[in-house]
Design a protein around this ligand. Structure first.
Ligand code: MG
Length: 388
């Protein structure tokens, strides 16, 4: 069994102490294959300190968005029909609510995850090389981790531990309950990963993550480097052995991903359109076999209106699929909600390009939305699936 390496809490990385630790740990776990080799590579990775904090001289206003008369016109149902109380058939509508901007001042916000025990949202500010923390009880905003190795996607496992994808670290890490950081995956087939982007954890503890090349394409959201992997894969990390295996290898740029609440479907965004006009801008859905660690029966679940792309996706408890939309027509910027069969139910309009989203709140009925420079939130009439 692979014993993951653990960096003690409070250790600034990558420091001399950490390198020393890694060398010692490497000797101690000489038979650990993927994980040990990956850890040695990580010890010489650049810091990724590429960002300077955005000056907060003219922040966007917080609170409900302008024009948020109830019912909020930022909610648009795809259902047409007789007049109804609020947008018909759209479960984003919870009544006396409006889309709010709850925090601002970021260069590119992405990868939100909600921690119910602490009632806060963590999300990455990738170019600024930091993970932010928004506490929903009093709206307090603070830096959770900096440098974050240009972290991108974050999620939470069943034990309440933070799972993070790092661009400049080119790895997936787990933050233990004592604050120490464990390297989960940083190599496949003896070569460095591209730049892990987003992750999800199934009930058995397996970690599934995407590995596009965005984080090594330049020096803004990571450290520029040539890909070592032949493809941009989706991987699964075995919860017992720590082995990293490819589960999907035919994406142009695999990006956000989510598991249906019954764990029978895996949704993965392909943002390959960024690499060429003929490439996909859509979400694919797979039949998921958690026990076997495999997927099958790939289908296009939802096409995005090019040039818009969808970067992140989440499910609610009833299997609906909520995804981000951005980079194209401003009128499409925001969030879309689909039934499990792929029928569009409605849109949440956000005044910035949206990257990713997660459900939070004490009842998991508050949708947090990372939109470029700001974090938005909206109460919905559904609950997010426990498995983000
Ligand atoms: Mg992403």
């Amino acid at each position: 069994m692979t014993k993951p390496l653990t960096i003690p809490a409070g250790t600034n990385e990558p420091s001399l102490a950490r390198r020393t630790l890694l060398k010692g740990a490497a000797a101690a776990v000489a038979a650990t294959g993927v994980t040990m080799n990956g850890a040695l590579a990580a010890s010489v990775a650049p810091l990724g300190q590429t960002g300077a904090p955005t000056r907060s001289t003219a922040p966007l206003p917080l609170g409900p968005l302008p024009g948020s008369r109830y019912p909020d016109s930022h909610l648009e149902s795809a259902k047409k029909g007789p007049p109804s109380f609020g947008p018909p058939g759209f479960p984003a509508f919870a009544g006396t609510m409006a889309v709010e901007r709850v925090a601002t001042g970021f260069r590119w916000a992405e990868g939100p995850v909600y921690f119910a025990a602490g009632r806060y949202v963590l999300f990455s500010d990738i170019p600024n090389n930091r993970i932010m923390r928004f506490s929903e009880d009093d709206g307090h905003l603070s830096v959770y981790r900096s440098p974050s190795m240009n972290s991108n996607g974050n999620t939470i496992d069943r034990e309440g531990r933070l799972i993070t994808c790092e661009h400049s670290g080119r790895r997936v890490t787990r933050t233990e309950l004592d604050g120490s950081i464990t390297i989960i995956a940083d190599k496949y087939n003896g070569k460095r990963l591209n730049s892990p982007n987003d992750a999800v954890v199934t009930a058995d503890g397996a970690i599934w993550f995407t590995d596009p090349a965005y984080g090594i394409g330049g020096f803004y959201e990571g450290i520029k480097a040539e890909p070592e992997q032949d493809k941009k894969n989706v991987y699964r990390v075995d919860p017992k052995s720590g082995e990293v295996k490819v589960v999907v290898d035919d994406f142009v740029e695999p990006n956000g991903l989510a598991i249906s609440p019954d764990e029978k479907k895996l949704y993965i965004c392909d943002t390959g359109f960024t690499d060429g006009p003929d490439n996909p801008s859509h979400i694919r859905v797979f039949d998921l076999d958690v026990a076997a660690g495999k997927v099958s029966n790939s289908k296009v679940f939802a096409d995005m209106p090019k040039p818009s792309i969808t970067d992140g996706v989440r499910c609610d408890t009833e299997g609906r699929v909520w995804c981000s939309v951005g980079w194209g027509d401003p009128n499409e910027d925001g969030v879309r909600c689909y039934t499990a069969s792929g029928e569009l139910l409605g849109k949440i309009h956000i005044p910035e390009t949206v990257a990713n989203l997660c459900f939070g709140g004490q009842q998991r009925n508050r949708l947090y939305i990372c939109g470029s420079t700001s974090l938005y939130a909206v109460y919905t009439s559904v609950q997010g699936a426990m498995k983000p």
